[in-house]
Design a protein around this ligand. Sequence first.
Ligand code: SF4
Length: 320
Amino acid sequence: MPSHPKLAAEFVKNKDRAHWHDESLWFVRSKRDKAARQIPEWELLREQASKIKMHTISHLPDLLEEFERNATARGVQVHWARNATEHNEIVHGLLKKHDVTRVVKSKSMLTEECHLNPYLERHGIEIIDTDLGERIVQMQNMPPSHIVMPAIHMKKEEIGELFHEQLGTEKGATDPQYLAEAARQHLRQKFIEAEAGITGVNFAIAETGGFVVCTNEGNADLGTSLNKLHIACMGIEKLIPRAGDLSVFLRLLARSATGQPITTYSSHFHGPAPGAEMHIVLLDNGRSEISGSDEFRRSLNCIRCAACMNTCPVYRRSGG
Ligand code: SF4
């Protein structure tokens, strides 16, 4: 795997692309700064979030057990994975048990971390990313280039060409609304056919045993309500202690990510619907070790807003 500086150096060789890519990310960054300035207590919120996270990480074993107890009481089946291999095996085991061969998945950086898609595909399972940007890069067999805007490195002309080849849209079409509608029709069929839905988890709440998934497209809701098996994949650092803590993070996340006051859909899951199953896979994959490191512990505070990627001259150009 090439290093980040090498990948970034390759990216900027195309001066044109580097320039408009900079402009796109600067636009998002400016929206974030404006949204932050509109809230007088912004720095207080960040400080509060940091304290909650530091508290959570230092009490992680107890809080995880509290979450497991409360989630189980709500009918959610909780699984523990030490590493990516175990995570993928658990997910595959659940799909196999239910004879599932078609799955839809909303955005989850944890499943990228575990390389879940290629793993399931090797086992004969079709897995379709339903976030529009993720679906675009999946069609290209590429990883997302950004954790919030996976296809931000692509021009609408390139997406038009891709859709023409794979979805049969008109050649040369670049109208975003036309292309989005074509993607919508394509994905709608995949939603209907899917026998299971996989989601990530933005926040899980120890006190209630519930969890929250944030999307701007409603794809997590649709992907988990049209079938009877929901598998949520979560890194253990995504826990927060109390329901009351959630507002701090929801206010920070959307503003930091895209400059929106709130993510369009903040979906709360509190157990399966009648006749359905809800599973949550809690992944460690080195996080416990990091929580014991004075140097790196604070990296577990990350809420994946991607604001840092909109600024860093290397990471924003080096891919996902
Ligand atoms: S490290 Fe980056 S992605 Fe994570 S919370 Fe901070 S700015 Fe957001």
